[in-house]
Design a protein around this ligand. Structure first.
Ligand code: ADP
Ligand code: NI
Length: 205
């Protein structure tokens, strides 16, 4: 198989599928996750090519993004076969992707799945993760912050602060630590600004 050609074709396919996705799962999310998966794979002595390909494809067939997920998965696998991936490779890519999602609460069975999950989780935390949480919140009409409603700030506690402790790889953990600290700082400032408004509201309202 010509790996360079395969990667180029897969990137084109991902660009076409996700370029207009509005909730933080656009093609740039896929390429960021793919770069991190490749980086982690090199550090962990795993196959960087297979990790990059799996990461590029990790959101194909996601139920919240596709109206016909089975069809999308079928097309994904057909592309891989056409590009020369073996049946065994296609199966391990598909298996790794099935276990990526946090909400499904699945645990990866392979190193490929663990690396893909770590790379995807890195993109949910830190400065980029904060941006994605608010963007996702916007697409589901969720407020940024409201005392009496589920808001995007709740999501930090329900998911984002847990991810650091769920990383599988050493290099994933190191990067997650930095991003976790940044989110703590961010929330501290967020609440300072919010409290400031609340303290002065009796003067202005
Ligand atoms: P999962 O891993 O559960 O499949 P995703 O990785 O697809 O979820 O989540 C996509 C992005 O949207 C992540 O950055 C995540 O933090 C964010 N997100 C998911 N649910 C919410 C929510 N209720 N409020 C704000 N952001 C959310
Ligand atoms: Ni993703």
């Amino acid at each position: 198989m010509d790996r360079r050609h395969a990667l180029e074709q897969i990137k084109n396919y991902i660009h076409d599928l996700f370029k207009d996705e509005p909730s933080g799962h656009d093609d740039v999310h896929m390429t960021r996750v793919a770069s991190w998966a490749k980086y982690i794979a090199v550090k962990e002595d795993e196959d960087p090519f297979l990790c990059e390909v799996t990461a590029l494809l990790h959101d194909v067939g996601d139920r919240k993004l596709f109206s016909e997920p089975e069809q999308a998965v079928h097309e994904r696998d057909k592309l891989l076969v056409d590009l020369g991936f073996t049946e065994e490779e296609v199966d391990s890519i598909a298996e790794a992707i099935r276990t990526v999602s946090f909400s499904k609460g699945m645990v990866p069975k392979s190193r490929l799945g663990e690396i893909t999950q770590d790379a995807d989780r890195l993109d949910a935390i830190g400065a980029i993760g904060i941006a994605r949480a608010f963007t996702y919140g916007g697409t589901i009409n969720q407020p940024i912050y409201k005392k009496d409603r589920k808001d995007a700030i709740d999501h930090f506690h329900e998911k984002l602060f847990k991810l650091k402790g769920l990383m599988h790889t050493e290099s994933g953990k190191q990067e997650a630590e930095k991003r976790h600290q940044f989110m703590l700082q961010y929330l501290e400032e967020f609440h300072r600004e919010q409290a400031c408004r609340e303290e002065t509201s009796h003067v202005t309202e």
